[in-house]
Design a protein around this ligand. Sequence first.
Ligand SMILES: *Cc1c(COP(=O)(O)O)cnc(C)c1O
Length: 413
Amino acid sequence: MNEARRSLDDGRWRQVAAGAGLLAPDGSVASTIFAEMSALATRTGAINLGQGFPDVDGPEHIKEAAVAAIRAGDNQYPPGAGRRELCLAVAQHQDRHYGLSVDPETEVLVTAGATEALAATLLALAGPGDEVVTLEPYYDAYAALVALSGATHRTVPLRPTPTGFRVDPVDVRAAVGPRTRVILVNSPHNPTGTVLSRDELSVLAAAAQEHDALVVTDEVYEHLTYDGAEHVPMATLPGMAERTLTISSAGKSLSFTGWKVGWLHGPAELVVAVRTVKQYLTYVTAAPFQPAVAVALADEDGRTGEYFTDLAGSLARRRDLLCAGLEAAGLAPVTPRGTYFVVADGAALGYDDGVELCRELPDLAGVVAIPVSAFCAPAGQGAGALRSYVRFTFVKSEDVLTEAAGRLARLRR
Ligand SMILES: *Cc1c(COP(=O)(O)O)cnc(C)c1O
């Protein structure tokens, strides 16, 4: 260690680590539970149902479109807002699926995945003194990005009920107030698989309107809903389009998580604000993948619509397979209506601590999962209430899930 070097301790990275719950009392930074569990899977040969990424790629003709774009020379910096045809295709997609009218010239921004859209949005719109409200549990990047922005993170718990994890209006009124700058909503929701109802969205919308907050919605699982559950974009609620930024991505919808092509749309002045930050984060995004994603979203031949339907149907079957396995194992799964995750209660098997269960699961059953506490504020009420829950992904082949279900059956005591 170079003793002459200035300490790194006051860098913003420490706030990010703290926000993400990775800062130990002695000041050291822990690795994430995701890294720990993936390493455990590799070491033990357990089936990794921890991290959620598909084991089958998206449509072949979309891959070919990307290859063709590279061959055709789409290899230099694209425009800052995104390739024209992709902005247009995003607008067409929002109109076709939700009846939203979006101006492709001024109201769309292409980003490096939904992650950059979230980062640039929070950095552009929230800062010290502001509060950002999210659901809890939450996608793990949220807390880190809120910390990076310097804002304070407040949460609305999703509470387990007989009809799944639900939002209680009382909790919304307690969390949203005059300091709330952004309400960041994720539906369909990772990790719980909840698809927020129109009523729940209306409660959040009313709170945003009352306190003049902006709403940012993470809709990356918009096409992955089951049992007829309807995905309702926040921007379609009365009066909400003018204060909502809608974020999505090709990663989950099209099974190209590695392409990192995302987008957002909303009122032009908000999009300008976010673009200003995005410009100095990555400048531009993934030139040859943009025309390929444009082909998919424009969907002139209907093949993408078919792909979405088939993928959702296949995922619903795989969900049923895994849920049956969890049920048989004596874990209590909460049936998800969207995403590719299911959470189950380890308390049903006598495990009060999901972290402990996840550390033992590879030995006990040859399967790796993630404790739901990884998606909760470290000492918050969510981490307490959901301490015994663990998350499994079902975006794996039916063979892998059948094998996992068989192994989980060993848990039954
Ligand atoms: C996977 C995921 C993202 C990240 O999407 P990218 O397009 O890969 O950046 C964002 N939000 C949620 C809820 C996710 O599950």
